[in-house]
Design a protein around this ligand. Structure first.
Ligand code: PHE
Length: 423
């Protein structure tokens, strides 16, 4: 068990189901683009290692499985790290050709304005059955008929790569080129439609708020990039040009046939995607800090409604930041007294542990924690790190006593939990 109570206490929040919450409104907006898909929004976040990793073909040594990245409840049970944990079960239930799963997911990670250890994802999948072809002659023809039902758009899409590539992005043995070509177009068009809907809503909201930026003045630009996931092939990411940079908004691909075979539906084939709702909600509403989603302050919550058009977020005053540094030596696993201590390498130190200690002590009062200096002592070989913590409340001004006390507890906990030596 490496799951602190601060994380467990987030489980009942279910922001994606909270009426008028920006995460819930974002979910509803995306769901409205998939009218025939069955929505699963209340699946339990406690899943088995089998559901989260094994069923999806994650190799035994995949970094995602490690205790530095994933919250374990016991050896075989984790807080899901992605909504894909429910793929196999949802395929097995075989209730509809298309489904969407929205849920809270949990990952040990850095602390900054766009990372929080609990966030929300939406998974989507669409499959076709080789055994029930209706009036169409082949499955590819049936998929093309479904492609024709997706609304068309006029945005600028960069998509330079072929639908599959023997080395970089291979076709699966059990699929024909025709089937995959049709599924890939269906997948890409369906997701481009989502992105267009989101950006049109954001653009309308920005224009109504009097903003004049690339969002209101320039056409949307998106691109498809080849990707890798253990559970899809071929795979892609969709990126959106945002504030002078390409921003990844989702991952997707053709579902590995093994997953469908193991789920008892070997005659089905199809695609799946997964996207992060916070990131999209931040773009949609212009919300600057991911912690705001967890705020219970009415100055935040009262700004959103699922009725009527999206309204841009109006920031309320930012309270002052308070920066404090902590420097420490990594634990030295020294052997004999007076002898040379072995160099402490990164093998028993992971930055995510520092992040978690910070969160444990200060909760949402810590805005970010970043490494500002590290060096290795030339003679002893010991490694020193310096982290800078920014304490800031979203709701009030913190007093000096308060931040001093938080920081002192942070320093002591680093010693107790990570065995470092303060400098
Ligand atoms: N689960 C993947 C992630 O969290 C996203 C994904 C979902 C990719 C479905 C492909 C298919 O990054």
């Amino acid at each position: 068990m490496n799951t602190p109570s601060t994380i467990l206490s987030a489980i009942p929040r279910r922001l994606h189901l909270q009426k008028d919450h920006p995460i819930a409104v974002t979910r509803e907006l995306i769901e409205s683009r998939f009218p025939d898909y069955k929505c699963h929004n209340t699946l339990c976040p406690v899943v088995t290692v089998e559901q989260n990793f094994d069923s999806l073909g994650f190799p035994a040594d995949h970094i995602g499985r490690s205790r530095t990245d994933t919250y374990y409840l016991n050896r075989n049970t984790v807080l899901r790290t992605h909504t894909s944990a429910h793929q196999a079960d949802t395929f097995r239930a075989n209730e509809s050709a298309g489904y969407l799963i929205s849920a809270d997911v949990y990952r040990r990670d850095a602390i900054d304005r766009s990372h929080y250890p609990v966030f929300h994802q939406m998974e989507g999948a669409r499959t076709w059955d080789r055994n029930s072809l209706g009036t169409s002659k082949t499955i590819a023809e049936q998929i093309w008929a479904d492609v024709a039902k997706i609304p068309s758009h006029f945005i600028n899409v960069e998509d330079p790569n072929p639908p599959f590539h023997p080395e970089r992005n291979p076709l699966q043995e059990s699929h024909s080129a025709e089937e995959v070509e049709a599924m890939v177009v269906h997948l890409k068009r369906s997701l481009e439609d989502v992105v267009v809907a989101i950006f049109n809503a954001a653009k309308t909201a920005a224009a109504a708020a009097g903003e004049k930026t690339a969002l209101t003045e320039e056409p949307l630009k998106v691109r498809w990039v080849e990707a890798y996931f253990p559970f899809t092939s071929p795979s892609w990411e969709l990126e959106v040009f945002w504030k002078d940079d390409w921003l990844e908004v989702l991952g997707c691909g053709i579902v590995k046939q093994d997953i469908l075979n193991n789920a008892g539906v070997p005659s089905r084939l199809g695609w799946a995607f997964g996207l992060g709702l916070e990131r999209i909600a931040m773009l949609l509403y212009s919300i600057p800090d991911i912690r705001l989603f967890w705020s219970t302050d009415t100055r935040f919550l009262s700004q959103f409604s699922s009725a009527g058009p999206i309204q841009r977020f109006v920031p309320f005053s930012k309270y002052p930041a308070c920066f404090k540094d902590v420097s420490f030596w990594l634990r030295s696993s020294s052997s004999a007294a007076g002898g040379h201590s072995r160099n402490v390498s990164a093998h028993d130190f992971h930055e995510n542990d520092v992040m978690e200690v910070a969160r444990d002590v200060s909760g949402d009062l810590v805005e970010d924690v970043r490494l500002v200096d590290e060096f290795v002592h030339p003679r002893t070989g010991r490694k020193s790190m310096c982290y800078r913590t920014n304490y800031r409340s979203l709701e009030r001004t913190l007093t000096n006593e308060e931040t001093n006390e938080l920081h002192e507890r942070f320093r002591q906990q680093l010693v107790e939990k990570l065995g470092v030596e303060l400098r």
